[in-house]
Design a protein around this ligand. Structure first.
Ligand SMILES: *[C@@H]1O[C@H](CO)[C@@H](O)[C@H](O)[C@H]1NC(C)=O
Ligand SMILES: *[C@@H]1O[C@H](CO)[C@@H](O)[C@H](O)[C@H]1NC(C)=O
Ligand SMILES: *[C@@H]1O[C@H](CO)[C@@H](O)[C@H](O)[C@H]1NC(C)=O
Ligand SMILES: *[C@@H]1O[C@H](CO)[C@@H](O)[C@H](O)[C@H]1NC(C)=O
Ligand SMILES: *[C@@H]1O[C@H](CO)[C@@H](O)[C@H](O)[C@H]1NC(C)=O
Length: 355
């Protein structure tokens, strides 16, 4: 039930920053136990009031034919819970949820049957004649806080590049808003499928497919019970995390996921100097490259500053994930922060039944 998540908010007393994507609140905070300090920069959280349901149907039996049409009908500075119900169908369009429209849910009819897709690549030219670059390729971009999506897929259908080819990054989804929740969603692309850019995010039972750095960015995110599926042709990589200072609380925590597809594959790459990636209770198929992890550039000693960890992983590829000395096998105590939804402060915004 899509409104459950929001229902839970009514009992929350948490504060939030309206636009973490465009500010650097996180990077100015010290790394641990800063909840109290964090809130002093933030505005008081205002609960959404009211509820609105909008139906989108590609064959014409809803209020809108396109998802973007429905998003545009939501007023700026929205204060209602808005559920956009997207009936089964392919929606061939680019969608943006602007920062001024929080509390929107995309509710699909199932990730096999409701699909939003587009096909931009980083090297393509935008309306101004400039190359788009990776961040602007996303078929769906969400800049708003309190976004959620359920049972729907997002695709970028641009063809997959070979490793090293320039300008072929092609994102399916970019999340730059804070406190975003996804369940039962599919993300399909090749290079740079899911731009987990900024803010706190929770992905539950999602399917994420790609070839190179197919989850990337500086989000603070938990991926629980997800399948990470590689379609790499010669060499691939899953997560490129971009934490840049030791004071940021960002990182990707994968819990009880499954890694499948084609290898060889790095499970993590040090996009930022202080990159953080932890896999716990995760199954690895026999697709992991020797070494398991990559330091990105071999010149900036990122292998001394990153935090790459594994905890109780299993499967035929699990041994390779411990292949470099600077990726650690964690004990329970050091793994614990990456196992629980408090990694994303989820106690305040994720209902227990959604975690
Ligand atoms: C999403 O799909 C799952 C599996 O088909 C189903 O159990 C669940 O009720 C659906 N959730 C919503 C909110 O439609
Ligand atoms: C807090 O972070 C700032 C940088 O943002 C740093 O200069 C300072 O030393 C940190 N303080 C502690 C106690 O870690
Ligand atoms: C808040 O920050 C100050 C220094 O910036 C630090 O001494 C204090 O312990 C912090 N409080 C909490 C609750 O983290
Ligand atoms: C939305 O809020 C902003 C900031 O408070 C304000 O500048 C803007 O005019 C508002 N927009 C509308 C349509 O009310
Ligand atoms: C760490 O990376 C540097 C280059 O940045 C390299 O010279 C060194 O051998 C690496 N250390 C380990 C333990 O891999």
């Amino acid at each position: 039930m899509a409104s459950l998540n929001f229902f839970f908010f009514f009992f929350s007393t948490l504060f939030f920053a309206p636009s973490l994507a465009t500010t650097s609140h996180y990077s100015s905070l010290n790394s641990t136990k800063t909840t109290c300090n964090a809130t002093k920069h933030h505005h008081k959280w205002v609960a959404p009031t009211g509820y609105r349901l909008i139906t989108v149907d590609a064959s014409g039996s809803g209020e809108f034919l396109s998802v973007q049409g429905a998003v545009e009908s939501v007023p700026e500075n929205n204060t209602e819970n808005v559920v956009i119900k997207i009936n089964a169908g392919y929606y061939i369009e680019k969608v943006v949820v602007p920062a001024t429209k929080p509390y929107i849910t995309f509710q699909g009819a199932g990730r096999e049957v409701t699909v939003i897709e587009w096909h931009d690549r980083a090297g393509d030219r935008g309306p101004n004649g400039q190359q788009l670059r990776t961040y602007k390729t996303a078929s769906v971009t969400v800049l708003a806080n309190y976004f959620s999506a359920r049972n729907i897929s997002f695709k970028n259908t641009a063809p997959a590049p070979m490793p090293g080819m320039e300008g072929w990054q092609a994102a399916a989804f970019r999340i730059s808003g804070d406190k975003a929740y996804f369940s039962g969603c599919g993300f399909y692309g090749a290079q740079d499928t899911l731009c987990d850019d900024a803010g706190r995010h929770y992905f539950k039972e999602c399917y994420i497919e790609g070839s190179i750095d197919f989850i990337f960015g500086n989000g603070r995110s938990m991926y629980k019970d997800c399948e990470l599926h590689s379609v790499a042709t010669r060499f691939g990589s899953i997560a490129a995390q971009d934490r840049r200072t030791p004071y940021e609380r960002t990182g990707f925590a994968f819990v009880r996921c499954r890694v499948t597809g084609r290898g060889p594959l790095y499970v993590g790459r040090a996009m930022g100097q202080y990159s953080r990636v932890v896999y716990s209770y995760t199954y690895f198929d026999d697709v992991v490259a020797a070494g398991g992890w990559d330091d990105w550039d071999h010149t900036s000693n990122k292998n001394k500053t990153v935090f790459f960890g594994v905890y109780k992983c299993w499967g035929p590829g699990a041994a390779a994930v411990g292949g470099v000395s600077w990726a650690r096998e964690l004990d329970y105590e050091s793994a614990h922060p990456f196992l629980v939804k408090s990694f994303v402060n989820g106690r305040h915004w994720i209902a227990p039944s959604d975690a």
